[in-house]
Ligand binder design. Structure first.
Ligand code: AMP
Length: 196
């Protein structure tokens, strides 16, 4: 079940306003579907835009920020809850633990780092949560081109390349994530296996 989604996105706004518009649309869809937001806890760039819009619409937002970034990234002070953690590694692990799925919006190096770590954790079987990319106006076309190239060259198995979900608008991407998310029953079986 998709009750919370971790969104990775830029600590900058980007040059085209469409990126912020789509961040707001994603917030709207998530609130409509009663899905809470887990994210990096900052109040700048697209990170601030999606958190503000979720809160404005009455949604629930959990932020996780490393203490060395508290000032640099200007932590959001009105979140439902904000966790201050030791470092980037702890932030990424906690975001991944708290969420039932992941979406990358437009962003830079930090967003790509978080996205690829999440994908590779999935490849290693550390989670079975769906991962999606919101490809706004073809923003990530060149990334998909690169992934196809890596796959054609035998460095990425097609089944892993195919695991990455994508759509150009939030509603369609959420539908794909929902379809790919393990059901509650499967999750509790997986948890039971883990306990044994
Ligand atoms: P960016 O996409 O570069 O604007 O960064 C978006 C988010 O990723 C910000 O919260 C950054 O703190 C975070 N970030 C930046 N660099 C890294 C990194 N090396 N590892 C993990 N997260 C990072």
């Amino acid at each position: 079940m998709l009750k919370s989604i971790c969104v990775y996105c830029g600590a900058s706004m980007g040059k085209d306003e469409i990126h912020a518009d789509v961040a707001r649309q994603l917030a709207q869809e998530m609130v409509n579907e009663n899905i809470s937001l887990v994210y990096g806890g900052a109040h700048i760039g697209l990170m601030g835009v999606i958190a503000d819009e979720m809160l404005r619409l009455g949604g629930e937002v959990t932020g996780i920020i490393p203490k060395n970034l508290l000032e640099k990234e200007v932590a959001h002070d009105s979140l439902t809850r904000l966790y201050i953690v030791k470092d980037m590694h702890e932030r990424k692990a906690m975001m991944a633990d708290l969420a039932d799925g992941f979406i990358a919006l437009s962003g830079g190096m930090g967003t790509l780092d978080e996205l690829f770590e999440t994908i590779t954790w999935g490849m290693q079987g550390l989670h079975e949560k769906p991962v999606g990319i919101l490809n706004v106006n073809g923003f990530y076309d060149s990334l998909f081109g690169l992934i196809s190239h890596l796959s054609e060259q035998g460095f990425v198995q097609p089944r892993y390349a195919d695991l990455l979900l994508t759509a150009s608008e939030p509603k369609a991407l959420l539908a794909k994530l929902r379809q790919a998310a393990p059901s509650d029953e499967m999750e509790s079986k997986a948890y039971a296996r883990f306990l044994i």
